[in-house]
Design a protein around this ligand. Structure first.
Ligand SMILES: C[S@@+](CC[C@H](N)C(=O)[O-])C[C@H]1O[C@@H](n2cnc3c(N)ncnc32)[C@H](O)[C@@H]1O
Length: 254
């Protein structure tokens, strides 16, 4: 047998888990050779990898919506001590486990929804939240939960964005009579997709750039790095709003 040819059992194990969304190279076997985006997500990663520290030695990483584990594998290769990948889809987690096994990397993959991250009871040094927000019916709830429970330091974030890429200054308040502001280019917006976008019924909410940045800030994240398209490096900061506890309810007994 040709030394460069992949082992037939790896080819079979990869094909048993078809179809793949991440096009990984597993010991010479391409997991999604006909991917509509080509070498995905590697070609995207090459555009923003400079946002992530070259070395993550001693750090813990949580990869939310990890899919077949491309970013989990990269973080482990950068020396992260502990990497946990979560995804709601067990089929993707089976792919991620196979990828880690073939790469010889120790990564924990757990079936869990982003809404349940509090159950991990751990803050991570580095959180990855890429390509998930627009698939959620409750995107702000997810960002608030991440801030409250698992983000201990930085968060690498990406969302699909549509509409204007302008990010104009927005005043802290406007009078009730001011309505033209809502038509202004770049006013923070998020559109709701009732049915499908790009053939995908799980594309629910798609913000414009100003809307995405406003939501990140509002949930307590400072934007410390960004690409010119959709990727942000965020840092846990102060919340942009305060939730006052309601006054105690007066009770009376008859
Ligand atoms: C577009 S893929 C992004 C995968 C990967 N993070 C990336 O950027 O290439 C979205 C992933 O999020 C997962 N996902 C969707 N809803 C989720 C939820 N509520 N909790 C956790 N994962 C979710 C999907 O199963 C899928 O693997």
């Amino acid at each position: 047998m040709d030394d460069a040819a992949p082992a037939p059992d790896i080819e079979q194990r990869v094909r048993d888990l078809d179809p793949w969304f991440h096009n990984l190279d597993l010991a010479g076997v391409r997991t999604a050779p006909d991917h509509f985006l080509g070498d995905y997500p590697n070609f995207k990663w090459q555009r923003f990898r400079h946002l992530v520290p070259e070395r993550l030695d001693g750090l813990s990483v949580l990869d939310i919506g990890c899919n077949a584990g491309f970013y989990s594998l990269e973080m482990k290769r950068r020396g992260a001590e502990r990497v946990v990948g979560i995804d709601s889809d067990p089929r993707y987690l089976a792919q991620a486990r196979l990828a880690a096994e073939i790469a010889g990397l120790e990564i924990e993959f757990v079936q869990m929804s982003v809404y349940d991250v509090g159950a991990l009871q751990e803050r991570f040094d580095f959180v990855i939240f890429m390509g998930v927000l627009y698939h959620l019916r409750h995107p702000l709830l997810a960002l608030d939960l991440l801030y409250e429970t698992v983000v201990g330091g930085d968060m690498l974030f990406q969302s699909m964005l549509r509409g204007s890429a302008a990010v104009p200054e927005v005043a802290a308040d406007y009078p009730f009579e001011e309505t033209a502001i809502f038509e202004r280019e770049g006013y923070p917006r998020m559109v709701f997709v009732e049915q499908n976008y790009s053939g995908d019924p799980t594309n629910w909410w798609i913000p414009n750039r100003a809307g995405m940045e406003a939501m990140l800030r509002s949930s307590g994240f400072c934007i410390v790095g960004a690409t010119d398209d959709e990727v942000y490096l965020c840092r846990r900061g102060e919340r942009g709003f305060m939730v006052e506890p309601p006054p105690p309810i007066e009770t009376s007994r008859a």
